[in-house]
Design a binder for this molecule. Structure first.
Ligand code: FMN
Ligand code: SF4
Length: 487
């Protein structure tokens, strides 16, 4: 994990703990409209991949237990993790690319409805991503993966055998290789091959604008059929749709370059989804208020996109920041690059060791600006902002200051899924406050079952507690004993 060079330690405080009456009268616990629905409170658990789906992308018992546990905290809304819209193998990530996923997804919806007593709305984040390979062993890369081109042959004048070129390349220093390999070839060697939306010579990439609206629309229709209250189109972080919005998108087919072109496919995807699910179904998106990489989109771009999405009729707009491949750390041989390991990754999930701005609320200004521009355009679309939220006082200020209309809290909800409930009942003194050490994010990076160090060793001797395969961590946060008697 990358950390700012200043290395200043910040501690998340509990802040002012409201009484039950104070909480009831607060903005955070007041209702808000979202499309045709009402959230009972302005609390939102953003998408978090917990690595609990089956290897084929189906909902498992562990997935059901996970979301049911969050639902017992009764937040206004939960967004189910990034769920793949294609019917292709993608490891234990949830998928919605075929009707065979419907029974599992229905079970998940029912479990959340029951666990929250019908108080929590459930959305699902739907995602497309391009392919990425592991960083290769250099010997294998030169022996097999690298396609020998005329550019390589020209660099080895007099060597007529491609096999000999491979052998000579394998023996070269990094500096010498930089003079012979293209930038992309060097990247494939040092980070692993990664597709980009600008690889226009590949037909499946060139055709993305023709293919994606249908894939997203099919996935949204399945979400509706499964009983979800709405869908969140994943236009954020390192994935396909965010790459279209990025200032780094130089496609020359009318879908890259100027902002108006970059927003075209995201709007076309939205239109296709809307046409499929009808006017009354909740459809929103998550996108970046700032990309936080050199040459990437900034907050002015984001405000432009936000206004376009709101004008098109999206029912909510959720902002995140950073989380790009562009500045990701080099993975070890045999591992894949992970988009949250560089400075932009830090902006997305900032840890407690930080700079003078600290890890709490790095997205507030950008999100507030996007919201203000949407309001200036006369549009009332609710905005969700996440990033470092960890207590009532902080969340309430975000709402009072016009940063957002709904407060997203991912890691704080992971640390204590009952934190909203506890605060609403005047029991904020018993909240387990997130420490922002990012143990959870480290597990995510290794594609291991995500847990929180504040609870994953509690009550381990209890045979009823479900544990990870190695038996060392509990899979579901412990229950709040007082919840049953208090509500
Ligand atoms: C384990 C983990 C998995 C995540 N998975 C997703 C995801 O599937 N989709 C997404 O948009 N964001 C994902 N995020 C980012 C969070 O939704 C959130 O934006 C980020 O953690 C910052 O908010 P926080 O400070 O409240 O945690 C993930 C974060 C964590 C910690
Ligand atoms: S492991 Fe727990 S306490 Fe640490 S950052 Fe993640 S949610 Fe917060």
């Amino acid at each position: 994990m990358w950390r700012p060079p200043e290395r200043i330690k910040h501690i998340a405080e509990t802040g002012h703990v409201p009484t039950r009456d104070e909480a009831t009268a607060s903005r955070l616990f007041s209702p808000v409209g979202i499309g045709g629905l009402t959230l009972e409170q302005r609390t939102w658990v953003p998408a978090m991949v917990p690595w609990r789906a089956t290897e084929d992308g189906f909902v498992s018992d562990d997935v059901v237990d996970w979301y049911a546990r969050f639902a017992r905290g009764r937040p206004g809304a939960i967004v189910v993790e990034a769920t793949g819209i294609r019917d292709v193998a993608s490891g234990p990530l949830l998928r919605i690319g075929d009707d065979r996923y419907l029974p599992g997804l229905r079970r998940l919806v029912e479990a959340v409805r029951e666990a929250s007593g019908g108080h929590t709305r459930l959305f699902i984040q739907i995602i497309d991503f391009l392919s990425i390979r592991r960083r290769p062993d250099p010997a294998k890369f030169f022996e097999r993966f690298l396609a020998i081109t005329d550019a390589h042959r020209a660099a080895f004048k007099g060597v007529s055998d491609d096999g000999e070129i491979r052998r000579q390349l394998a023996a070269m220093s990094r500096d010498d290789l930089a003079g012979v390999l293209s930038e992309r070839e060097l990247e494939s060697l040092e980070y692993g091959y990664r597709e980009r939306i600008t690889d226009m010579d590949a037909p499946h990439i060139r055709d993305l604008p023709a293919v994606l609206p249908g894939l997203f629309a099919d996935a949204a229709a399945r979400a509706k059929a499964a009983g979800f209250d709405g869908v969140e189109l994943h236009y954020a972080h390192a994935y396909t749709m965010a790459s279209f919005l990025s200032r780094k998108n130089t496609r020359d087919d009318g879908y890259g370059g100027a902002r108006e072109n970059r927003v075209r496919l995201p709007l076309e995807v939205y239109s296709a989804v809307r046409a499929r699910v009808g006017p009354d179904y909740v459809v929103g998106c998550r996108f970046l208020a700032e990309e936080c990489v050199d040459g990437g989109s900034d907050v002015d771009d984001a405000a432009f996109f936000g206004v376009e999405f709101a004008r098109a009729g999206m029912d909510f707009i959720s902002t995140s920041r950073g989380g790009k491949f562009d500045d990701a750390k080099q993975p070890g041989i045999g591992a894949s690059a992970y988009p949250y390991t560089g400075p932009s990754g830090y902006e997305c999930m900032p840890g407690h060791i930080s700079d003078e701005h600290g890890p709490f609320g790095r997205n507030l200004n950008a999100s507030g600006f996007v919201r203000s521009q949407i309001r200036k355009a006369g549009l009332q679309t609710p905005i969700i902002c996440a990033g470092g939220v960890h207590n009532f006082e902080f969340a309430e200020k975000m709402l009072a200051n016009g940063v957002c209309d709904i407060v997203g809290a991912a890691r704080q909800s992971l640390a204590d899924p009952d934190w909203f409930l506890k605060i609403s009942l005047g029991r904020g003194d018993s909240v387990r406050t997130c420490e922002f050490i990012n143990y959870c994010e480290g597990l995510d990076q290794k594609h291991k079952a995500v847990t929180c160090h504040l609870w994953d060793k509690m009550d381990m001797e209890n045979p009823d507690v479900k544990k990870t395969e190695d038996g060392k961590r509990r899979l579901v946060p412990p229950e709040w004993d007082e919840a049953l008697t208090d509500t």
